[in-house]
Design a protein around this ligand. Structure first.
Ligand SMILES: Nc1nc2c(c(=O)[nH]1)N[C@H]1C(S)=C(S)[C@@H](COP(=O)(O)OP(=O)(O)OC[C@H]3O[C@@H](n4cnc5c(=O)[nH]c(N)nc54)[C@H](O)[C@@H]3O)O[C@H]1N2
Ligand SMILES: Nc1nc2c(c(=O)[nH]1)N[C@H]1C(S)=C(S)[C@@H](COP(=O)(O)OP(=O)(O)OC[C@H]3O[C@@H](n4cnc5c(=O)[nH]c(N)nc54)[C@H](O)[C@@H]3O)O[C@H]1N2
Ligand SMILES: [Mo]
Length: 712
């Protein structure tokens, strides 16, 4: 997009037709994003708590308070009493600086971020299978040219509207689209085949499809032999999932399963893309693993126009997960418990590797520990009062902290609980890089000056570090931070060392891994990768043609991964042997229905930003409970009637929205609102054992009519 300052102040956001990620298209949130830049809706001065109320303060005072409390807490309880919580909306530079700040300045292991709630299950499964996690191992522009896409639990018509055109083109080119969603969404409306499983049963569904692939002799034996390991065990596990058994678990009829297998297997190339539907489950990692198995058994990964991908969500959902704000991670997607990684990163940071703490708790576990052994929290880029599972409990834990500091653009529901609130800049007001779901690093330049009184997150970290005795290593200049990030990431899985601001300004983004090449080795990327345009890309290449640039030693970046080998030690992809299991909370007599949650097109996440935009509020004014007419009839509810949804965690009230696009055994609520209609009051924090992802996508509930007392 283009961001243009307006003469009367503020900015205008317009489309950029040549931009490859969205080909210029913007959704409603993008178009209206400028409204959240307006001083009328945002924070413009630091706030500190005095006598129970938040009152304006100047920057030195606010920063002194934070530094003083963090130092005192560390003195009394040790460094692990200091918690840090980040966000996938932060730029790469900020995410990197926040992770470094936690480990180097505070010395705490207690840092995690909201991406844990987002794509962590897909990341865990991708790493297991391929040895590397990058949302898509190919550019979005490959989608229209494949033969079939299975889209599992993504409502991209509402959540990534600009990307819908890739799927429309796919169908125009003769390809087919299968959508797996318990609701017939706007996305499912575009599909050639819609499978509507019961929430939380995608694992059985994927295994059932694999069973049929084997039974119908549709496996690619040569591919399995040459490019994978673990097939025997995975095959045996899948064969235990008979189609009729799978129909019973999922509610998807056997003929539909057969049709899906035929559509997926007949074309030469095909893809499986997952989003939050199958991932936000207490078995999300195994579920994604089962979908990857389906790709591997049919030879549909690491080949042109074929593969598995995860549709990442937030503004910097990909880059935000690579550079160290995650509990177990160092920059460059390195592991915090890997001695070589610790040595390398400690070297760049100029500290002793032994001084770096070990892995900490995952996001929900960290929030759950607040006020117990974690006494203070510094929060940047998330609003957990609305977005965390079991939110009433999380809110209580936040209130029980000795000290909470929040840096935000607006006074979010979480910032309202803070002891100090810092007003920070946002996207158009600062320079920084983000990384798209395709692994494409992009540079966004500052377009407008922030309102007076607002500072950047990098400034906040710089000032706090200084006050806590670390004078160097926390630059406020994004380009300097990026230069350090490049060095810290060098040699890691997400290697950015060959990417510079200069290159990003000249190219339409650069795909990682992009190692820095020693001078005089043009094009070397560990061997003989040919320089070919992306459309014909093979191997580690799929490499963009670098010959048109002035710098001959540029590594071309890696638009397409795995074409020659996977990133595992033996170069082969790994099957996982998984079996179906129930959700953590199955319906029973007391809570007979399933609740699933998600999004609507006109609100974003916790709504902290979008609920301040009139146009978006007009389109999506508040929460609702989507339910099937048969269920509504049983409850005696009419459209718009207030309904109470009750789970073991609490009770939420919102108007009924009756529609036959949802399964009769399931109700759906969007999670964008606080207060009475907060969906996360109900959700279950049962965690996936590997990714520690909470089960946002299913819990047991009952639904009751709320008697409206007539006014006398
Ligand atoms: N308008 C808007 N756009 C957004 C966002 C937003 O808040 N608002 N958030 C951004 C972010 S951070 C993210 S992560 C993405 C999320 O993008 P999506 O993953 O597309 O969003 P969701 O609505 O959470 O979930 C997608 C679908 O999963 C379905 N689903 C529910 N339970 C199940 C299940 O058990 N199995 C399957 N297969 N499907 C299920 C829901 O019915 C829903 O239609 O969107 C991004 N874009
Ligand atoms: N029930 C249910 N709950 C869910 C989900 C679901 O599907 N169902 N989805 C989950 C997912 S996928 C996600 S990603 C989370 C998202 O939920 P949150 O983590 O709450 O994300 P946001 O609402 O985007 O909150 C970001 C906050 O940071 C502020 N902010 C924006 N930019 C910046 C910046 O540059 N610096 C600073 N310091 N602050 C900034 C915003 O104003 C806002 O207050 O919700 C999760 N919760
Ligand atoms: Mo997300």
């Amino acid at each position: 997009m283009n961001i243009t300052p307006l003469p009367q102040g503020g900015v205008e956001v317009t489309e950029r037709a040549d931009f490859p990620v969205n080909r210029g298209a913007l959704c409603g949130k993008g178009r209206t994003a400028a409204e959240v830049l307006s001083p009328a809706v945002r924070l413009t001065t630091p706030l500190v708590r005095e006598g129970g109320r938040l009152v304006p303060a100047d920057w030195p005072e606010a920063l002194d308070r934070i530094a003083g409390r963090l130092a005192a807490t560390r003195e009394r309880y040790g460094p692990d009493a200091l918690g840090v919580f980040g966000g996938g909306g932060l730029t790469n530079e900020k995410a990197y600086a926040l992770g470094k700040f936690a480990r180097v300045v505070l010395g705490t292991s207690q840092i995690d971020y909201n991406g844990r709630f987002c794509m962590s299950s897909a990341a865990a499964a991708g790493t297991k299978a391929f040895g590397l996690d990058r949302g898509l191992p190919f550019p979005l522009e490959d989608i229209p040219r494949t033969g079939c896409v299975i889209l599992v639990g993504s409502n991209l018509a509402e959540t990534m509207p600009p990307s819908l055109r890739f799927f429309t083109e796919l169908r125009e080119n003769g390809g087919t689209l299968i959508v797996v969603d318990p609701r017939r969404t706007r996305t499912a409306d575009q599909a050639d085949l819609h499978l509507a499983p019961r929430p939380g049963t995608d694992l059985a569904l994927a295994l059932g499809l694999l069973h049929l692939v084997v039974a119908e002799g549709r496996t690619d034996e040569e591919y399995i032999r040459e490019r994978t390991t673990g097939w025997e065990e995975a095959r045996a596990a899948a064969m235990a999932h008979w189609p009729e058994y799978v129909e019973r678990i999922t509610g998807v009829p056997v003929p539909r399963l057969r049709e899906a297998v035929r559509m997926f297997c007949e074309p030469e190339a095909a893809m499986v893309l997952t989003a939050r539907g199958p991932e936000q489950q207490s078995k999300g990692t195994d579920t994604v693993g089962a979908w990857i198995n389906l790709c591997l058994a049919t030879g549909r990964a690491g080949r042109p126009l074929s593969g598995y991908g995860c549709l990442t969500g937030q503004g910097n959902g990909q880059g935000g997960r690579e550079h160290g704000q995650k509990a177990d991670q160092l920059p460059g997607y390195r592991k915090l418990d890997d001695p070589a990684a610790r040595r390398h990163v400690a070297g760049v940071w100029g500290v002793d590797p032994d001084s770096l703490p070990g892995p900490g708790r995952s996001a929900y576990e960290l929030l759950d520990a607040l006020g117990t052994d974690v006494r203070t929290l510094l929060l940047m880029g998330s609003n957990p009062v609305v977005s965390a599972p079991r939110a009433a409990h999380v809110e209580k834990r936040l209130r029980s902290l000795d000290f909470l500091a929040v840096a935000d653009v607006v006074l979010s529901e979480t910032a309202e609980l803070a002891d100090v609130v810092l007003p920070v800049t946002q996207w158009a007001e600062e320079t920084g890089t983000t990384t798209s779901l395709e692994g494409r690093v992009l540079l966004r330049r500052r377009a407008v000056a922030p309102p007076a009184g607002v500072r950047s997150d990098l400034y906040v970290l710089h000032e706090l570090a200084g006050r806590l005795g670390v004078e160097k290593g926390f630059s406020t200049d994004p380009e300097e931070v990026f230069a350090e990030l490049r060095r810290a990431s060098a040699g890691g899985p997400a290697d950015y060392s060959g990417i510079t601001y200069r290159r990003l300004a000249e190219e339409n983004g650069v795909f990682w891994p992009c190692p820095e090449e020693p001078a005089g080795t043009p094009g070397a990327d560990g061997g003989d990768a040919p320089r070919v345009p992306p459309s014909e890309g093979r191997a580690h290449a799929g490499a963009a043609d670098a010959s048109d640039t002035s710098d001959p030693v540029r590594h071309p970046g890696t638009p397409r991964l795995f074409l020659d080998r996977f990133a595992t030690p033996d170069g082969r992809a790994r099957f996982v042997a998984v079996a179906h299991r129930a959700t953590a909370e199955e319906p029973d007599a007391e809570y007979p229905l399933l609740l699933t949650t998600g999004r609507v097109v006109s609100q974003y996440q916790s709504g902290a930003q979008t609920r301040r935009v009139a146009e978006l509020n007009a389109a999506a004014p508040g929460p609702f409970v989507e339910l099937h007419p048969r269920l509504a009839a049983r409850l005696g509810a009419a459209d718009g009637d207030p309904l109470a949804v009750v789970s073991r965690r609490g009770r939420a009230v919102a108007p009924a929205r009756i529609t036959d696009t949802i399964r009769p055994d399931t109700v759906f609520m969007p999670f964008h609102w606080p207060g009475e209609g907060r969906a996360n009051t109900l959700t279950n924090p049962a965690l996936d054992p590997t990714s520690r992802m909470p089960e946002f996508k299913s819990c047991a509930v009952r639904v009751e009519r709320v008697e409206v007392v007539p006014r006398s």
